[in-house]
Design a protein around this ligand. Structure first.
Ligand code: 5GP
Length: 182
């Protein structure tokens, strides 16, 4: 039986376990290492959800690099509002840098699409996107996501930094919603 976690009014069951996630993040770090070892990349984590994945990913990357965070939001409860708000911007000079944007999950792609358009204006040397999770069926934009941990169905998930109304970020696995309120 899969582990269950209750958050507020909802129940979630484990979809991807900790060991599987750890192994995949190590692989992603190795892949990035091969491509960026001499580029001093700037990892840009998208808060709050990507803080754990970003921490694990840069520790799997063994060459010089820098990290900063931005905060954007488009979700309220279980749904994307469709409106992206950037509430905290990176203070590091981006011009000429090799950027690796680190996301927890790409759902509609609204958040990253808006952010990438904004960031391209600052003339980085290159921009790549690394995400722990992607819901390919939900993506609404022509967004090139370069490094993907896991493709998942369009279900609401928590864990590894992802929350349901701030609960569940600490979970070491990814958990999917099993009790629908709709
Ligand atoms: P998008 O802009 O791609 O629709 O959504 C991106 C953001 O929405 C993610 O960074 C995350 O904060 C939130 N999000 C999307 N899908 C989920 C999900 O299944 N669970 C949680 N907790 N957040 C999600």
């Amino acid at each position: 039986m899969k582990p269950i976690f209750k958050a507020h009014d909802l129940s979630f069951e484990e979809m991807i376990d900790e060991a599987t996630i750890h192994a995949r993040v190590q692989e992603m770090g190795t892949q990035l290492q091969e491509l960026y070892f001499d580029k001093n990349p700037l990892f840009i984590g998208v808060l709050n959800g990507a803080f754990l994945f970003a921490a694990d990913l840069i520790r799997a990357f063994e060459s010089p690099c820098e990290i900063d965070f931005v905060r954007m939001s488009s979700y309220k409860g279980l749904r994307s509002t469709g409106q992206v708000t950037i509430t905290l911007e990176s203070k590091i000079e981006i011009k000429g840098r090799h950027l690796i944007i680190v996301e927890d999950i790409v759902d509609t792609g609204n958040t990253l699409y808006a952010f990438c358009q904004d960031i391209e204006k600052q003339e980085p040397a290159s921009v790549a996107i690394a995400t722990l999770l992607i819901k390919p069926e939900a993506v609404q934009h022509n967004l090139k996501v370069d490094f993907v941990g896991f493709e998942i169905p369009p279900k609401f998930v928590i864990g590894c930094g992802l929350d349901y109304n701030e609960q569940g970020r600490h979970l070491r696995g990814i958990y999917q919603l099993i009790t629908s309120i709709f």
